[in-house]
Design a protein around this ligand. Sequence first.
Ligand SMILES: Nc1ncnc2c1ncn2[C@@H]1O[C@H](COP(=O)(O)OP(=O)(O)OP(=O)(O)O)[C@@H](O)[C@H]1O
Length: 840
Amino acid sequence: MVKQGIQIFCRIKPARGKSALYDFDDEDDRLSKLCFVVPKDQAEGFINNKKEQYKFKFKRVFDQQTKQDEIFENVAKDVADNVLSGYNGTIFAYGQTGSGKTFTITGGAERYVDRGIIPRTLSYLYDYYAQHSETVFTTHVSYLEIYNENGYDLLDPRHEATKLEDLPKVALMEDSEQNIHLKNLSIHPANNEEEALNLLFLGDTNRMIAETPMNQASTRSHCIFTIHVSCREPGSATIRRAKLHLVDLAGSERVHKTGAGGTLLTEAKYINLSLHYLEQVIISLSEKSRQHIPYRNSMMTSVLRDSLGGNCMTTMIATCSVEKKNLDESISTCRFAQRVALVKNDALLNEEVDPKLMVQRLKREIQELKDQLNLSGEQSSEDLTEEDIEKLNSLIKYFLEETDPEVTLNVGADMRKINECFRIMKKIILNRPSPAKPERSIEEDKAEEEETEVATTHSPNDNKDMKKLKDIIRQRDNEINILVNMLKKEKKRALDAVNQLENGGQLYRSSPSQNDMQNGHHRPPSRSRHRSIETSQSATSVDKSYQLNALSKNPENPSKQGPSVKDSKRILGDMSIGRQEAFEIFRRDYAHNVTIDDNKHLLKQRYSEAKQYGQQVNESRLKINQLKSQIEHHRMQRAMQGLSNGEDSNEPDEVEQRLRFEIETEKARYKETFNRLRVLKTEIEHLQHLLEKSRIQLQKDFEIWWAEEAARLQAHQSHHHKKREHPPPREPSSAWRTPPVSPLKPQVPESQSRQFAGDADIRKPVLPPAGRHSASGGHYPKSHQEGYSSQDTQNTQSTRKPRSFGPSIPLTGDSKTDADIVAFMQARQNLLQQRGQVPR
Ligand SMILES: Nc1ncnc2c1ncn2[C@@H]1O[C@H](COP(=O)(O)OP(=O)(O)OP(=O)(O)O)[C@@H](O)[C@H]1O
């Protein structure tokens, strides 16, 4: 047992605003002191005026410029090593919203170098496995989200098509030994790094899909990514199993700070409650006299029970933001960390003897002993019976098929049986189609996949038909998903209608547009936290299956990733024409375009590098094979010469030695290039994931922007009606705003804006400082989040024109339908303008 305190680290996020005064010094490898300076007269918030300096001790403090690889090397690597040795590990990030927890644990959403602890740990583990190929490792992964005290399985395949509240909740079960088991949390095998990263990506995407402006899951939920590792040395019946929890906690700010109400307040209370219980557990653990540790009070503390004072080596990263306005939260984060550091864990080596393996091993030993006894006895000279041979055949089959290196072929010490085994094996080897190939490149794997597909079919026509059928089945599956979704919505609508009728209320203020009904777009008017998920659900389910397919089957075409025109077509599939038009403009001027383009460019570059490496690997292999044939040829020549000269030398001569040396050199080159190719493959996959995430984010940002515009327009319409009835003194009319404009791209030419906005007011939005966050984590110009600034109003006054669509449009009351109607009117107006039927 290893008794160890929880290790605490502090990471300071790069400051954007005015930074508070802070300082730190590294005393040695194990101690850094961090000090915040709050001049008494400037102390704000809950920090009182008693103190000027707030000092904290950490194992290490990472300042603003610290890179992700440094964090991995200094924080996560040791934990991963301990997991490989059989000790449970936990790394959790704690800090206020926006202080960099997700960035640290999972990584940034834009660049490959920003990948966080989870992907880096996975790479590290699989590299380790590759270097210790004699040991048998197995890896499984699970991904749990805790939202409002309910647990959800982020790897549940139903996530895409089902509302969060309809998904089975993860339930806590406790066995007689008080071990916690999680019901409904799936655990997935991950045979290689790619599979593990795909699972991480799938979970993150599911988390993103469930997010709406009303539910910023990443901020308000706790997420636990768990890697289960088991390993067994060859010849040993002992298995070591360890779990590694990588935890991204919800934002730790206090309720009063969030200024939240309604759902947000409920969520904030839950978060505060669960973090409060976490604090209680930590306090109880740090006070030696306390017997009862209140783990059961919250789901998060129950799940992390082992990590907190139990059988685990635990590490905490306190993430701090040193902008002045965040100083009080950063100080409370550090205070919490100091308490955490007092907690002692008892980590055990999780070793167990597998009884099945033990029995097998003992049986083998008994057999070996018997055989040794038999060896000295007499050997039978009778022929083997059919039955004996049959038995040997099945023993050999099992021996060859079993991947476990420990399995042996045990036929006793009977020479007749041993000889028969050699005969059977020789037959098998001779009948094999081709010898085992060395490690292969991506291209080769792909080529073989294609070959296998061809080989398993009878003729080219059959092959084509089969492919077609497969495509149809895939398409049908997607369609069924979409239909099931629509049916669900319709069923809910019908139920709502019945309820409303029963309550004597009106069904809706007006019926939805035909277009919406056909497209499954109609939603009841009440705002639920799933409203915007529903609209994108059908498209997303199709997209995601496409994407995962694309990842594994078609990594060649980077243009298929990210929000390209093609992607927008996919997204647009079920949108009305007006929305499509708006979406195209939104996409063109999206604030993230520069990053997306950069990533696409990088991806292209990486593809061509991978291609080059692939070619080099193939060339090396070819050369090695040629050199081998040359050696064989040379040997044959020597043997023949030897025969004719009457000499018989098996010693390699100079020529052979040179050829061997060349083989070794080529092998080294092959290995090096192959390793580079492997690293490149991981980067390519990561870039693909980033681009896919950008695409989902674009879609979500568009939905939010669209809803906001529709609401604004509706408000404007009703205001307009009122004004006509009671004309007020002249004042500037409100506007249909242009979509967010990329801060780094030229603005939409006015003519294009007009094309989108019809004859509506055309305004140039104030350009924001680079990368401002939208409610959904996307980037919007400031004006689009908080209304227009006065500067904005001044800038645009001169460019405004009054809106006119001819006769006033009857609106329905449903914001989405109304927005579609207006968009349609605008499109119509554009057409008429193009034909010169109305003045421009
Ligand atoms: N060390 C860092 N270097 C560069 N950017 C960072 C760093 N830490 C955080 N960021 C950026 O700051 C923003 C907020 O970070 P992040 O989402 O990780 O915060 P968080 O603490 O997880 O917030 P939440 O509680 O809302 O999930 C992101 O855009 C992220 O990329």
